[in-house]
Design a protein around this ligand. Structure first.
Ligand SMILES: Cc1cc2nc3c(=O)[nH]c(=O)nc-3n(C[C@H](O)[C@H](O)[C@H](O)COP(=O)(O)OP(=O)(O)OC[C@H]3O[C@@H](n4cnc5c(N)ncnc54)[C@H](O)[C@@H]3O)c2cc1C
Length: 262
């Protein structure tokens, strides 16, 4: 059972950050949906609700999404439906039910770097940066690889492009975790193929992207790109699926996503 000894509602990010680092058992609260499933003993719980971090702002060159934005707000955002072929709303629509998506936050999702995350895979296929209070702005790709020490995710920034994109996933049932998820984007002739829930966290299949960019995109070449993506990434087994099963569906989902983009 989750226990919380003290609760604070800071007025600035700096205040939240300094409280976070006062004690190793202090923790940030996002929507608290994942936290409450565990047995963490939090000394001081830091609620970011007063910091105006709930927004989806469209600017000329980028879209900024605040850490306290919920996945339901991503799902229903007209801005995100019209940009990036709508893959961000598409990627979250099967996460639990509406009640869960009304609670869970972008900050909790991205900062935690869950392997199974659908949103992180879709974001990785776009040109996404994360803004951390202490560490500053870094690419999502680097953040997913390295993480951060006791920091606060303030927002994510997605560069606006005219890219075509597609998100695909395989689930045993509607609200279950994905067995595999794939997002593909094409900006001019720059292809990004991201695969998550392997079950490790999302990663870009760089060789496959390069191969596709240099190909004529015939059926055989698309299939070859999907094979390259499957070979260059590592897959594993868990209760939802075996390594071999994931490798098989990776080829299919990557191929379908590329064809949809084309
Ligand atoms: C029942 C259930 C089913 C789910 N199914 C899926 C699924 O199928 N696919 C999927 O992609 N996801 C799924 N999720 C995960 C969900 O989408 C969220 O990613 C998850 O709940 C974390 O978001 P949260 O707001 O609840 O974070 P919390 O539980 O509040 O926090 C999670 C962690 O992140 C830290 N944190 C929170 N916000 C910040 C911040 N701004 N800066 C730094 N650290 C922060 C917290 O301290 C904590 O360690 C599921 C979650 C639940 C509870």
């Amino acid at each position: 059972m989750l226990t919380i000894k003290d609760y604070v509602l800071p007025k600035t990010l700096e205040e939240a950050y300094s409280i976070l680092n006062l004690n190793k058992n202090n923790a940030i609260l996002g929507g608290c949906a994942f936290l409450r499933l565990g047995s963490k003993q939090i000394e001081t719980a830091i609620d970011l609700s007063d910091l105006a971090l709930k927004y989806i702002n469209e600017k000329d060159n980028q879209i900024e999404i605040g850490a306290m934005t919920t996945l339901r707000e991503i799902e229903t955002s007209p801005v995100l439906q019209k940009n990036f072929s709508g893959i961000l709303p598409e990627s979250v629509k099967n996460i639990g039910g509406v009640q869960l998506r009304n609670i869970v936050t972008v900050g909790g999702t991205v900062y935690s770097r869950y392997g199974f995350s659908d949103l992180n895979t879709a974001l990785l296929s776009l040109d996404t940066d994360v803004v951390l209070h202490r560490k500053g702005r870094i690419s999502l790709e680097e953040f997913l690889e390295k993480g951060a020490q006791k920091d606060i995710l303030e927002k994510i920034i997605i560069r606006k492009t005219k890219c075509q994109a597609s998100f695909k996933m395989m689930r045993n049932s509607a609200a279950d975790y994905a067995i595999l998820n794939v997002a593909v984007s094409k900006n001019d002739n720059d292809w990004k193929i991201a695969v998550g829930a392997r079950p490790q966290r999302a990663k870009i299949a760089k060789e496959a992207g390069k191969y596709l960019a240099g190909s004529k995109k015939t059926n055989e070449e698309i299939e070859e790109a999907a094979v390259i993506a499957t070979k260059e990434l590592a897959f594993g087994s868990n209760t939802r699926g075996s390594k071999a099963y994931r490798e098989s569906i990776c080829k299919v989902l990557v191929k379908r996503a590329i064809m949809e983009v084309i």
